[in-house]
Ligand binder design. Structure first.
Ligand SMILES: Cc1cc2nc3c(=O)[nH]c(=O)nc-3n(C[C@H](O)[C@H](O)[C@H](O)COP(=O)(O)O)c2cc1C
Length: 144
């Protein structure tokens, strides 16, 4: 069962922290869409898309990457970190066009100092924490 996680993490590296822990404990290949815009995903049985939430959306580089590289009819799972609330709509719209089936979603808080939150020292400080990372690993291990 080959798995990949395609991710973008541009604010505090919150999402990267999570996916790197997953990669340490599960067999997955990581693809950073900020550095890599193309990949052949045809051999993967499951593909994860992981991102911070920016203006209620997954990162633009993830959306573009999925649009360009995701083959039709794949099994897909979604992971996000967020300051306020999780939101999968943007990526789900793209996935619909590719007839992907979403087999699971996982979200947790991620340290956020965007805009006014900077003035108060940020929100969700310390997240993702150990428990968040353990939950994320369990989530990926439980996918089939
Ligand atoms: C430009 C910008 C916009 C953001 N917009 C949202 C948002 O709409 N909703 C939300 O819950 N968090 C929002 N956040 C907080 C991030 O989703 C959160 O900090 C996330 O963990 C960042 O992940 P990263 O460190 O992997 O980039 C925003 C952060 C930035 C920098």
């Amino acid at each position: 069962m080959r798995k990949a996680i395609v991710y973008a993490s541009v604010h505090h590296g919150n999402t990267e922290k999570l996916v790197k822990r997953i990669a340490e404990e599960c067999q997955v290949d990581l693809i950073d869409t900020v550095k890599q815009q193309k990949a052949d995903l045809s051999d993967y049985d499951m593909i994860g898309f992981a991102s911070g939430i920016y203006y209620s959306k997954f990162h633009q580089s993830i959306l573009k990457f999925a649009e360009r590289n995701l083959p039709e009819d794949k099994k897909v799972f979604l992971i996000c970190t967020y300051g306020g609330s999780e939101n999968y709509k943007s990526i789900e719209q793209t996935l619909k066009k590719k007839h992907a089936s979403v087999i699971g979603k996982f979200g947790c808080k991620g340290y956020d100092t965007f805009g006014p939150f900077k003035l108060v020292g940020g929100i969700a400080k310390g997240h993702p924490n150990e428990e968040d990372m353990k939950n994320a690993v369990d989530f990926v291990k439980g996918l089939h």
